[in-house]
Design a protein around this ligand. Structure first.
Ligand code: BTN
Length: 304
């Protein structure tokens, strides 16, 4: 029954706001009911057919599901991951009505951006989970640099241009103590969007490719470029070639050597100089008293 339900979800391209709201509870019965009520529709500019000619991957994006509007690609990806969707499945939506950002924040996802989620099933030690976030930042930064822009990474994985954020990553995991069932990596790239399309409060410190480039980018091409980059770094991740990923991350980082203020998950605030990152992707801070602190997750702000 569940398989049929998923098939049904995969065959739809549009999820109405109303259905999105029902789906948001991620409760199987609600989803089953909602999926039955879904309507068909077409995407306006992003399609699997336009992405695949530029795809050089073996498995990333072999299954690509494009939607015109969903509430959150990460939420749907998690649902599919819980129902045996394959590693490499990619979900893309031209608009998200209830997209989620890191630290429980909302994420604005209007038409024109690249909003996508990838389902991963790496057979790696759970201690390595945090690194996937850094690896994704590397793939995004490299993709944006291929467009001629000076993209940098702010720990753990915001991608900045001239200090302003244009991309973020939300990683969600289902794992037991020693085994990963799935990782869903959600990526938001502010591409063909004008700053004024975002609400006023998030405009400061934000940028988009439209603001940085003279011409519109082809989102389908950018998605393919990103998936090509991502598969390379993800293969290194699965093979345990962590040093290569960390070297790339350090080369692209905007954070090392800066004096920062970090609000850790849980509320604790730490101030100090960023010494670097360790092999698990945690940030190492030297506090004013000279002691070192390892930060696993949190929101970082550079102090001028
Ligand atoms: C951040 O706060 O920096 C992370 C933003 C992640 C947004 C992406 S857009 C696609 C995917 N679906 C979501 O609901 N969130 C992520």
């Amino acid at each position: 029954m569940k398989k049929e339900m998923i098939k049904l979800l995969l065959s739809h391209e549009v999820i109405s706001d109303e259905d999105a709201a029902k789906l948001d509870s991620i409760n199987d019965e609600t989803i089953e009911q909602s999926i039955k009520e879904l309507g068909f529709g077409k995407t306006e500019h992003i399609t699997k057919e336009k992405i695949t000619p530029n795809l050089e991957t073996e498995y990333m994006g072999k299954e690509i599901l494009c939607f015109r509007k969903v509430f959150s690609t990460n939420s749907i990806a998690k649902f599919l991951a819980n129902h045996n969707a394959d590693e490499g499945t990619v979900l893309i939506s031209e608009i998200q009505t209830k997209a989620r950002g890191r630290s429980g924040k909302k994420w604005e996802a209007p038409d024109g951006g690249v909003w996508m989620s990838m389902i991963l099933r790496p057979k790696v030690p759970t201690a390595r989970i945090g690194l996937i976030t850094l690896a994704t930042g590397v793939a995004i930064a490299k993709s944006i640099r291929s467009l001629g822009l000076d993209a940098k990474i702010k720990w753990p994985n915001d991608v900045l241009i001239h200090g302003d954020k244009m991309s973020g990553v939300l990683t969600e995991v289902n794992a037991t103590f020693n085994e990963i069932d799935w990782i869903v990596v959600g990526i938001g790239i502010d591409s063909n969007i004008k700053l004024e399309d975002f609400s006023e409060d998030i405009r400061p410190g934000t940028t988009t490719l439209t603001e940085e480039l003279p011409t519109k980018i082809d989102e389908n091409e950018l998605i393919a470029i990103f998936l090509n980059e991502f598969e390379k770094v993800y293969d290194l991740y699965k093979a345990g070639e962590i040093e290569t990923i960390l070297k790339d991350w350090r080369d692209l980082a905007d954070t090392i050597g800066k004096y920062v203020n970090i609000t850790q998950t849980g509320g604790k605030i730490t101030q100090g100089y960023v010494v670097g990152i360790n092999n698990e992707g945690s940030l190492i801070i030297e506090r004013q008293d000279g002691t070192l602190e390892k930060i696993i997750s949190g929101e970082l702000r550079t102090v001028e």
